[in-house]
Design a binder for this molecule. Structure first.
Ligand code: SF4
Ligand code: SF4
Ligand code: FES
Length: 262
């Protein structure tokens, strides 16, 4: 067991959040070893507080990238829980293990030259999808509250557009696949149907196309070169002081005052 820490120390790495003074210290277990951490931290910050440094399994820190899939139990409780380490707050007697990577079914495919109908291709690439037993474990496991079982059912029925929409918030954490008794890689199959939908059904975004052309034509090269020469602190200042789009601006109405880079 680790020695009990009395003082709350600042976080070792990661963002600048300082635990509030007086926060209660609680025991958690990281790979079987006990650590005392402030109760206010997310799992990710608690792991760092305990002296670990993330070199994998951490990306956006904002619940978007899916890199920090985590399993945990509470001592004395049989239930296995799942969550994202950057979004889940620690609790007393949490026994933690992070999932660094989940080996899933990732077949090669070419969206331009499908050998048969998209649904038939789904059956060829992901035959396991059609073995779903409807247990609902994936839905209960998903940290994004996606009805995973339902998008798998839509895939089975051939409603690939519906499955693409239903799975849109997936962060590819792999937790659903890790718990599936039918060994389905739900999230990679869902990626396939979203790619199909985006490639063949959603109209092309004209503004994106013109921006890609701008990039290809070197419109931003000078700016990139200037940024590359700047000191890190100056880049941080520039970022903090940047002109921001208001959270609630009317869709398509807001324009920055500085239009130099549009
Ligand atoms: S966990 Fe697997 S078998 Fe169970 S509902 Fe989800 S996809 Fe189907
Ligand atoms: S659908 Fe699966 S991979 Fe996607 S967020 Fe939910 S649990 Fe993670
Ligand atoms: S670090 Fe990206 S979702 Fe947690």
């Amino acid at each position: 067991m680790a020695g009990k820490k009395k003082e709350i120390k600042p976080l070792a790495t990661g963002d600048k959040t300082i635990p509030p003074k007086g926060a209660k210290m609680i025991p958690i277990y990281i790979m079987g070893k006990e650590y005392l951490v402030p109760e206010t931290l997310t799992i990710m910050k608690a792991v760092e507080y305990s002296g670990f440094k993330y070199v994998r399994g951490c990306g956006c820190r904002g619940g978007i990238c899916g890199a920090c899939a985590t399993f945990y139990r509470y001592l004395g409780d049989y239930k296995l829980h799942t969550g994202l380490a950057c979004q889940t707050v620690v609790g007393p007697d949490m026994v933690l293990a992070q999932l660094p990577f989940f080996p899933s079914n990732r077949p090669d495919y070419n969206l331009e030259g499908l050998e048969s109908s998209p649904h038939e291709e789904l059956r060829r690439l992901y035959p396991e999808v059609f073995k779903c037993v409807g247990c609902g474990t994936c839905t209960r496991t998903c940290p994004m509250d996606i009805d995973v079982m339902d998008y798998i059912a839509l895939m089975k029925r051939g409603d690939l557009k519906g499955a693409a929409h239903k799975s849109f918030d997936c962060v590819l954490c792999g937790l659903c696949a890790s718990r599936c008794p039918a060994q389905i890689s739900q999230f990679t199959a869902a990626m396939y149907v979203r790619r199909l939908h985006a490639r063949h059904e959603v109209p092309k975004a004209a503004h994106l196309e013109s921006r890609v052309e701008d990039v290809k034509n070197g419109k931003y090269e000078r700016m990139h070169k200037e940024l590359a020469k700047m000191k890190q602190d100056d880049i941080k200042k520039l970022y903090v002081e940047r002109e921001r789009e208001p959270d609630m601006s009317e869709l398509g109405k807001w324009m920055p005052e500085d239009k130099e880079h549009l």
